[in-house]
Ligand binder design. Sequence first.
Ligand code: FCB
Length: 450
Amino acid sequence: MSSDTAVTFPESFIWGAATAAYQIEGSRTVDGGGLCLWDEFAAQGGTLNGDSGAIAADHYNRYPQDHALAQELGLQSLRMSISWPRIFPEGNSTLNQAGFDHYDRVLDSLAECGLTPMITLYHWDLPLKLQHAGGWLNRETAYRFAEYAEAVTRRFADRVPYWITTNEPWSCAFLGYARGLHAPGVRDYNAAGIVTHNLNLAHGLAVPAIRASDSSAAVGVVHCLQVIEPFSDSPLDVQAARTVSGEANGLYLEPMFKGSYPQHMLPYLPCLEDPKVVREGDLECISTPIDFLGLNYYVHEVVRFDRTIPVIGACRMAPLGPLTTIGSGLRPDGLETILLMPLQDYGCRLPIYVTEVGYLFNDYVNPDGRVNDTARVKYYDEAFRAAARAMAKGVDLRGIYVWTLLDDFEWDSGYSSRYGIVFVEYGTQKRVPKDSAYWYRDVIRRNGLA
Ligand code: FCB
């Protein structure tokens, strides 16, 4: 399928945009909301330039206009997250009714704009009180998550067709606890294994809780699968790439689809053989069948053996070719690879949604008022073609959500670069649809690529 061939998607295909509460809402403690671990991480200097979600795109107040804009751009669905500390500000059983009421109004607004909600229950804003009680290193957090998931889905039952339990557990675990780049900024590889298990368990516990309170909805999870290639054919590079892929992909897909952790990862993550961490029945719970899989695509890396890298002895590098502004490799084709991975490696035939695919750039508004994000358009065009190729090879892809609707607070880069299809002028909170937004509107209209 070359880039000049027209591509048409199935009639029922869903085109949307993805967002996350902490990244756009602002107004963190308004209406009784509680702080989360990212507020603390930012206050402690953990984020770039000390940026935080304190104001962000002010979506907490501007959601009606933002939904109307999404409708104008032809979007059919919005993936959003509910902020856990707005519902349970203390992380315990004390419910904040005002938090529920806010999201009630948000759901009304989405319905008025004809936007189908896909809702993520955990997009990284863990209530600070729970973080102080051990966060995801504490198994109890998984039980608190299931209680929160139950409460939210009971309140909004029949209004949300798609519930997502957790977003990218790999990022929480390995960026947050092994590499120290994300909150809470810990560098301990084995700790990332414990966090992985507790997040997998949180997902597994939440699935039946959600089904019990909202039997009509589909329940899924979101993983960021990664294309990992060895730098050379040397056995050491091949082994290093296998380890990195096991970390990024295997630790999440295998327990869900096979009820086990990859054997070859156990020497690096002794916690996964510790019966106090992985208890009897846990893997059975984690492998509870789900209704769909959400996949985010950002990472395509080349891995080389490097004995100076602690524990795994593997160094990740960007592949050759164009780079984004933060230096990761740009490979829209890799979307095909990650979409095929669950089918090829686990025989998984679940419906799949691309729950995020995006392009980071230092966009700016031209004197003529336009944002010419041509490179983003090209990236999306190639990525959507890659998705169509995966469908032709048997992947049951049901929809694509671009990351993201609005420029936002980014976990790695704060406000210094932008992912939105709509530019946000942070001083005034003015919204300017970028060229990619109009291009996307045309894709949605024709349900395909020209
Ligand atoms: C993903 C996150 C999302 C966003 C993109 C760029 O890992 O799920 O919130 O920040 O990266």
